[in-house]
Design a protein around this ligand. Sequence first.
Ligand code: FHN
Length: 439
Amino acid sequence: MVIARTLSVIAITLFCWCAQSSRANAETRTDRVLQARPEAVQWFQDARFGMFIHWGVYSVPGRGEWVMENEKIPISAYEKFAPQFNPQAFDAKKIVSLAKRAGMRYITITSKHHDGFAMWPSKQSTWNIVDATPYKKDPLQALANEAHRQGIKLFFYYSQMDWHHPDYWPLGEKRGHAAGRAPGGDFARYLEYMNAQLTELLTQYGEIGGIWFDGMWDKPDADWQLQRTYNLIHRLQPSAMIGSNHHAAPFPGEDFQMFEKDLPGANSAGFNTTHVSSLPRESCDTINDAWGYNKLDDHYKSTRQLIHFLVRSAGANANFLLNIGPTATGEVQSEFERRLEEIGQWMNQHGETIYATHAGPVSPRSWGVTTERDGKIYVHILDWKDRYLPLPALPGIKTARMFDTGQVVALRTLDDGLLLELPDSTSTELVDQIVVLQR
Ligand code: FHN
């Protein structure tokens, strides 16, 4: 009798202990911050160049992706663009091939921008490309299939700010107020909606490179439950890289830090005031001034300027994500195409000095940057007219050659530096004069 009672006490104690410990495990499982797998992080760092695509119903008016907010268009009027969105000329193969020819290793496309419109047949709302437009097809599926076929990674941009969804409430201080939304809504329910949409994106398109968040800056103090969303993403796809354009220092669970229209550490855009973390970095920029198609914008950067930004990004240890905004018919403007082809020609010859490099021993300068890989230091001279270029001391450097021609570059050791004597024949008109230094 005593033995039986003792056994039953032990059994109950064991049961309670097990229950407690499995609850504790479950809690730690949810609380633990997950990160992308190290191989994915390394891949991202090596990739160095990607294509950004801003595309949605805003391409119909062709006045940029902020047209709804900028022109104070209420939802009822804005929704009328959807029946006019029929991008029959969209050709996933053409776009992926263009990205590849440009030397890009990944594509990041807007799955949902601030207007809340889903570019895939989301089951969470009919405000999507299959239910609301005559196109009736899923361009993300076509792009994912083609990206997988051509061996290029696909990332999804996802706007957390939403000018259309009734539960995105309270609104941020400044934006979404002209949409004519009825006041009220349940933000916790909005986050459920967002997580459900993200689940669709992470389960229906094969392996995804990552999620590129934007718009949290609209309500920086709201409880976004980031941990929950980030862990959901990393559980569904452990290699997916998470980045967020919140313009603040990275939060736990983020795998890379991004800088919009600026190199890491610079702040010409006005909102890149945060510090540069030790996470992998990415800078993004436009070819003209607009992200989404803007037929009025012909302020195109030259190929030379774009290559310089790519080189300067690599010299600052960052990838460069270069944007195109296809038209409402799904075409890529010839101005964009031409520049991407030209960058591709340059990358074909000079990719060795960019891909899989890290920032070199000389920090970025006004004349250019250095990158480094496999014991070689690449000095990228972007803006320098003189024959002699002084560098800080680089102990042990024995040889210097021009990357393009193999011509020897004379080296002189100074008291506290190194002087490069560029060959007479080197043209300062070159997009980038590259000198290879070796120990
Ligand atoms: O408001 C957006 C903008 O439309 C665009 O998507 C860029 C891309 O970096 N990000 C936001 C502004 O920070």
